[in-house]
Design a binder for this molecule. Structure first.
Ligand SMILES: [Zn+2]
Length: 487
């Protein structure tokens, strides 16, 4: 299914918690197939879930957890000095909060360091620009490189440029990300960050700069990983802040030849050792069955990683901690996994899938929080539709908090995407991301951006979802394999 038809499905469904469900392929199933009338919570379970929800709404410790990580560790890019500090923070925090089986699982991670960087227009009107290398970029020669600029307003437009006019130049890819409540604006723009370098290199460019993938007007560039294509030269790649992209565009619009000097000290260092950090609330009846609540422990280097993904870790830790206060615990084990290196290649996720492959068929549900602190507005799933009655029970409990029912096309978040081939059922509490991409991957991802009240709403939704998944007598079946046509 294309992303466009997926979005159409989502629009159709977002208003109806109990409405028809959009399946992969767009077919609408017969009603009897959709909902099993026997999949209802007991009075005891409804009372417990309601109490968990309402207690969280009275206030949680989630914002303190996120602030603790941002304060005591701060930036924690894979392989950097902050990485082991973050692992130590996670271990001591989970232990202090009473989790069981707290341990680390070794993960080897790449180590990239940005070094010193600068950019300036040298003609026709010299000005300095705020710039940040994209993650994984090679550096420029030591003295920097200076070249004329060629602009393109999309990857497709870049591909159409005459190689003779690109050779040796710096390509400027100027695409504006659209603000949205969901991630559609980001999804549409982020291929520029990932692919511009290799598209430009294919035409012989010496470097590439892009307008930051973000929605703000601050003079702060947004970093994020790029992906070099096999077989293409690796050229330096960096993002300009939005106002600096405007400035460069205005200089180009003057009609005079524009030249740019770019200096990136980025370099790849030897691999480093990091770890996934795991803690559990042991199940009272089926401890071998797992409900996985995930986040990523690493962050980019420019900010404090308060929103990305400090808040996500705070939400899942706090939701699970509250389940640990139940006596007895829910039937299944609730496992919190703080993944290593999501940002720069999903190393932690891949290591988890490999280390736990023998028990993935006992992962009853997995969900990841990784979209800042905005309140959830939609519950999407990727489960066997014969089990949708249980999701309706979750929806019934969190609908009053503003969470509508979504579709069955959830992908579970970046780290969990590696579990899709194992058909692990997924849930997504889609958060309001209207302002998230103002700060994402910038120096402005700092603790003052956390909205504590919104985190309480997140915890209330997560604790209900996790409790129901961990305590129901049935499960969510096995999820359909991802539809290859969707990407
Ligand atoms: Zn993230």
């Amino acid at each position: 299914m294309s992303r466009a038809s997926r979005l159409r499905c989502r629009t159709l469904l977002s208003a109806a918690a109990a409405g028809a469900i959009c399946l992969a392929g767009g077919a609408r199933p017969a009603k009897a197939q959709m909902i099993n009338a026997g999949q209802v919570l007991s009075d005891r379970q409804t009372a417990a879930a309601t109490a968990l929800r309402d207690a969280a709404l009275k206030g949680t410790g989630a914002s303190n957890l996120a602030r603790s990580l941002a304060t005591e560790v701060g930036p924690r890019l894979a392989g950097s000095t902050g990485d082991p500090l973050a692992v130590a923070w996670a271990v001591r925090t989970l232990k202090a909060l009473g989790f069981s089986n707290v341990h680390t699982e070794k993960v080897m991670v790449p180590h990239w360091d940005r070094g010193a960087e600068s950019a300036e227009v040298t003609a026709p009107y010299p000005q300095r620009l705020a710039v940040a290398a994209l993650g994984g970029s090679v550096g420029t020669p030591e003295g920097g490189l200076e070249a004329p600029v060629v602009a393109a307003d999309s990857l497709a437009a870049l591909d159409r440029l005459d190689p003779a006019k690109v050779k040796g130049k710096i390509v400027f890819v100027d695409v504006r990300m659209k603000r949205a409540r969901g991630i559609e604006g980001y999804a549409a723009a982020v291929p520029v960050r990932a692919a511009a370098a290799s598209h430009a290199a294919r035409l012989g460019a010496s470097a590439v700069v892009i307008r930051s993938i973000g929605t703000d007007d601050n003079r702060l560039p947004h970093t994020g990983a790029l992906r070099y294509e096999q077989g293409q030269p690796r050229i330096p790649a960096a993002a300009l802040s939005a106002p600096d992209a405007d400035l460069l565009a205005a200089e180009i619009a003057s009609g005079k030849p524009v030249t740019l000097r770019l200096k990136l000290g980025a370099r790849e260092l030897p691999e480093a050792e990091s770890a996934n950090v795991i803690g559990e609330i042991t199940g009272s009846e089926k401890p071998g069955e797992i409900v996985l609540l995930g986040c990523h422990l690493d962050s980019w280097d420019l900010g404090q990683g308060a929103l990305d993904d400090g808040t996500g870790c705070a939400i899942v830790i706090e939701a699970a901690r509250r389940l640990g206060e139940l006596a007895p615990h829910a039937r299944r084990t609730v496992r919190v996994v703080l993944f290593a290196n999501e940002e720069f290649g999903l190393s932690g996720a891949r290591a988890y899938a490999e280390a736990h492959k023998q028990e993935l068929d006992r992962h009853v549900m997995a969900a990841e929080s990784d979209l800042g602190s905005g309140r959830p507005w939609r519950l999407s799933t990727h489960i066997d539709m014969a089990s949708y009655g249980w999701v309706r029970e979750i929806s019934r409990l969190i609908f009053p908090l503003g969470v509508a029912a979504g579709d069955n096309l959830a992908e579970g978040g970046a780290d969990l995407s590696v579990l899709l081939p194992a058909r692990v059922p997924m849930m997504e509490l889609d958060q309001d991301a209207t302002v998230y991409f103002d700060y994402h991957h910038t120096a402005n991802d700092t603790m003052d951006k956390i909205v504590p009240r919104d985190l309480d709403y997140n915890v209330a939704d997560w604790v209900v979802m996790a409790y129901v998944a961990a305590d129901i007598p049935g499960d969510f079946g096995r999820a359909p394999l991802p539809d290859p046509a969707r990407k």
